[in-house]
Design a protein around this ligand. Structure first.
Ligand SMILES: *[C@@H]1O[C@H](CO)[C@@H](O)[C@H](O)[C@H]1NC(C)=O
Ligand SMILES: *[C@@H]1O[C@H](CO)[C@@H](O)[C@H](O)[C@H]1NC(C)=O
Length: 371
């Protein structure tokens, strides 16, 4: 915003030069250029300018000196400015916060995850609609690999940011990749703190994704904890618009047990609720090894929502396969989809109910089945 303002002030001499053809008194010119500046400014950030509250509009001379000024010229100027990618309703073009898109994607692209669907939507929507929230949004995704944790993180990024996961407002940390050596944890701490601070300074609504969070060293969790707490600011920087996503397999076994129990008792998978899981999820987390599970993040109240990802069944794998085909512009028949789904391994041994890899690598797998 500040940069945009400076940018326009730098252009003012140009406006003046043009204006001189129409005006002869400097006083008028100077009043008018303020007016013109605000005119263009309001045109570009419609919705941010309330014409009647605006200082400049009160100064508009009764006889508008711009009456003879070609309107086309102004719209050309704002078009040119917008073409630079600097002109958006939100004021920050990198941020789209498209809740409709998020709801759509969660409903149609994600399979077999009714809890994640509703919890993620509610959490993100609530956060986006409440600019005064007093803490960053912190979500913890739990479940087996291939159940869609990364997929949902990507969906969130795609809908909150113009450039999705490639946005300069999105940062992915993969614990074993970015922080591989326990002995370097002190170095990592400093690096991580600095990275988080830098990102938030450049983009207040930054999305931080910690993949394989179960492998994060306890020291690293301690290092980032203050950013997730209810502080107005940490060393002068406010983190309240940031979003933290933790992806882990902690609690995966519990989630699977609950899903299996439901199946055994003939209940609908879609009737599994948060209340069936949250308590056991916390309990399993406390018992499991590793920094993330043991940390105060799990026991304290820094995590806003635990999001369980259920193990996927045969029918869900088929849906994933269909998506993978249609992403390539193909429309496979049921038979082909069955073939793909049958090629996955299903557990537990007796029931053979859940795909052990979920929908992981389905897009690669369909290569084998292409004609
Ligand atoms: C320019 O603005 C000043 C202060 O707002 C006002 O007193 C003056 O009359 C204006 N001049 C013209 C020519 O509109
Ligand atoms: C939001 O997402 C929907 C569905 O993906 C799309 O049709 C719509 O154009 C998007 N809106 C904005 C403002 O980007």
């Amino acid at each position: 915003m500040l940069v945009s303002l400076m940018f326009f002030y730098a252009l003012l001499p140009l406006f003046w030069a043009v204006a001189k053809a129409h005006l002869f008194q400097f006083e008028i010119i100077s009043n008018a250029s303020t007016y013109y500046f605000n005119y263009v400014y309001c045109n570009i950030w419609e919705g941010e300018c309330q014409p009647n509250q605006d200082d400049a509009t009160q100064q508009v001379p009764t006889k508008n000196p711009w009456a003879g000024f070609p309107q086309d010229y102004m719209s050309l100027l704002s078009q040119w400015y917008c073409s630079l990618g600097q002109c958006c309703e939100s004021g920050d073009c990198r941020i789209t916060n498209n809740i409709t898109g998020l709801a759509n994607d969660l409903q149609f692209k994600l399979h077999g995850q009714h809890i994640a669907q509703s919890v993620v939507l509610k959490a993100v929507q609530g956060f986006v609609n409440d600019p005064d929230s007093n803490k960053p949004l912190t979500l913890s995704f739990h479940g087996w690999s291939g159940t869609g944790k990364n997929f949902v993180a990507r969906i969130v990024a795609d809908n909150l940011y113009r450039d999705g996961v490639k946005s300069e407002c999105v940062r992915l940390f993969i614990a074993p990749f970015h922080f591989p050596h326990a002995r370097l944890v002190d170095t990592y701490k400093g690096q991580l703190r600095e990275a988080i601070r830098d990102m938030v300074l450049r983009c207040p609504q930054t999305l931080f994704i910690f993949d394989e969070a179960e492998k994060l060293h306890p020291g690293l969790i301690d290092a980032i904890k203050p950013y997730m707490d209810h502080y107005d600011n940490v060393d002068g920087v406010s983190y309240r618009r940031a979003v933290f996503l933790f992806l882990s397999n902690i609690g995966g076994a519990t989630i699977n047990d609950v899903a299996l129990d439901f199946w055994h008792s003939g209940q609908n998978r879609e009737d599994i609720g948060m209340e069936d899981l949250e308590h056991r999820l916390r309990a399993e987390a406390m018992e499991s090894e590793g920094g993330f599970a043991q940390s105060e993040l799990m026991s304290g109240h820094l995590i806003d929502f635990f999001v369980p990802f259920l193990p996927l069944e045969y029918r869900h794998v088929k849906l994933c396969a269909r998506d993978a085909y249609s992403a390539r512009g193909l429309e496979p028949d049921e038979e082909t989809l069955d073939e793909v789904a049958k090629a996955m391994l299903y557990v537990p041994k007796e029931e053979r109910l859940f795909s052990s890899q979920g929908c992981k690598s389905i897009p690669q797998r369909i290569n084998f089945f292409l004609p």
